[in-house]
Ligand binder design. Structure first.
Ligand code: PSV
Ligand code: MN
Length: 421
């Protein structure tokens, strides 16, 4: 792969320096923000490297990665361009590391580590003994629950081999029609199943319980909102946390408030980024509602600072987006950029002044403070963090100018299709 980032950057160095100097003169503590941006890494899920598709069809791109090794290669490419995609999240069994050590080394050669591993009991796999049509951890049949528990424990073992430290469980369990399910039995079965999985966690691991309001079940979801997830996480113990996926709420939910309260209770563990207009649309992060993304980051920064948490390492950050029409790598570059921008803007919020305005019930001033940060063009600061660590000043433009997709197609062929959604 031809990837001469230094040469690409040479054309933009002078303009970047000028734009960054301007920010440094206008804003406070820009160097501290650059340092935080350099440390902040967002995991890329192994299932986002192919075109997503919908239930009406899938329009595969060309030169998609055909196996885990090639997916790691794609994430390595992203990371080389933006220096902020230094982690991978695997979905098992969509991607099974046959030789954990070799895969770990391959990832390390690209500067990548493995973040949370994700189990999958929302689909039946070829040759699987029992079906999850009516749920997995909630199932009325103990045999089926056991099968789903075994799968999760197997995923933990696979995660250990590649250096992961957390398991994310997202359940599609629930019901499609009133009367289908005894809510209390489903709840209790799920809890007991989760307890067995929790008991199999290594001591330095975390368990993330992801919630989702609807889909594929449309009447009830057994872990349908943050209250249900928090209840499970609290009852399970200190290694269990809630995971917030931006697309998993009912319309107009105040996600920033949810984030704030979960952090206050020390029960926010992980985060899945995407954007949506209607439901779990899995659109590019920041493409629909960048102000909401900023408000969420503002609460994340405030809440994490209050607890003395490390922004870069104390929560599991992951993109969970994938759709039908963009080049997946271009899409991921846009998503990571949107995250870094929102994070940088959140770091700019004048916290003491905001607190003062809140204490004075000065609603107008509070809004001014937030929107001043949101309306600041922080792109030169984000680019500076990349430039200093060897990334491209303009990653998306570099992806196109250096003809990286064309190179991938030449290497893999036009018809190579990724596993995943
Ligand atoms: C479910 O909608 C979800 O958000 C979960 O995180 C899954 O693991 C992921 O999407 C991929 O299907
Ligand atoms: Mn998710």
């Amino acid at each position: 792969m031809e990837l001469n980032i230094a040469e690409y950057n040479s054309r933009f160095e002078a303009a970047q320096q000028k734009a960054f100097d301007h920010c440094s003169h206008q804003l406070q503590e820009v160097e501290a923000i650059v340092d935080k941006l350099i440390r902040f890494q967002v995991a890329i899920p192994s299932w986002a490297l192919g075109t997503g598709g919908t239930r009406f069809g899938r329009f595969s791109g060309a030169g998609e990665p055909a196996n885990l090794e090639q997916k790691i290669g794609d994430i390595g490419l992203l990371h080389a361009l933006n220096r902020a995609s230094g982690a991978i999240s695997l979905h098992i069994p969509w991607d099974i590391p046959e030789d954990g050590n070799a895969i770990k080394q391959l990832a390390a050669s690209h500067g990548l580590v493995f973040d949370a591993v994700n189990s999958n009991t929302f689909q039946d796999q070829p040759g699987q003994l029992h079906s999850y049509k009516f749920g997995s951890l909630q199932h009325v049949s103990k045999t089926i629950r056991k099968q789903a528990i075994r799968h999760n424990i197997e995923v933990i073992r696979q995660g250990e081999a590649i250096g992961s430290k957390s398991l994310t469980i997202w359940l599609s369990d629930g019901s499609c029609f009133p009367g289908q399910l005894n809510f209390r039995h489903a709840w209790q079965n799920t809890f007991e199943s989760l307890q067995e999985i929790y008991a199999a966690l290594p001591p330095d691991w975390k368990l993330f319980v992801e919630y989702k309001a609807f889909e594929p079940n449309f009447y009830s979801m057994t872990v349908g909102d943050w209250g249900q997830s928090l209840l499970y996480a609290s009852k399970l113990g200190p290694q269990a946390y809630t995971l917030v996926d931006l697309g998993h709420h009912l319309p107009n939910a105040n996600i920033e408030q949810i984030v704030s309260l979960l952090l206050m209770e020390n029960k926010l563990g992980g985060f899945h980024f995407n954007d949506s207009k209607y439901g779990d649309d899995d659109l590019t992060v920041g493409s629909i509602n960048p102000y909401q993304l900023f408000l969420i980051f503002s609460e994340l920064v405030e809440g994490m600072d209050e607890r003395g948490m490390d922004h870069a390492s104390d929560l599991a950050w992951m993109i969970d987006a994938s759709h039908n029409i963009k080049d997946p790598l271009e899409d991921l570059l846009q998503s990571v950029e949107a995250i870094m921008i929102a994070y940088a803007q959140a770091l700019l919020v004048d916290r003491p002044a905001l607190l003062q305005a809140q204490q004075n019930n000065d609603v107008v001033q509070a809004q001014e403070i937030l929107q001043t940060a949101f309306r600041t063009d922080v792109r030169p600061i984000v680019a500076e963090a990349r430039r200093r660590t060897g990334g491209a000043i303009h990653p998306l433009d570099a992806f196109r100018k250096l003809k990286l997709r064309e190179q991938l197609i030449a290497a893999r062929g036009k018809n190579s299709v990724a596993t995943g959604l």
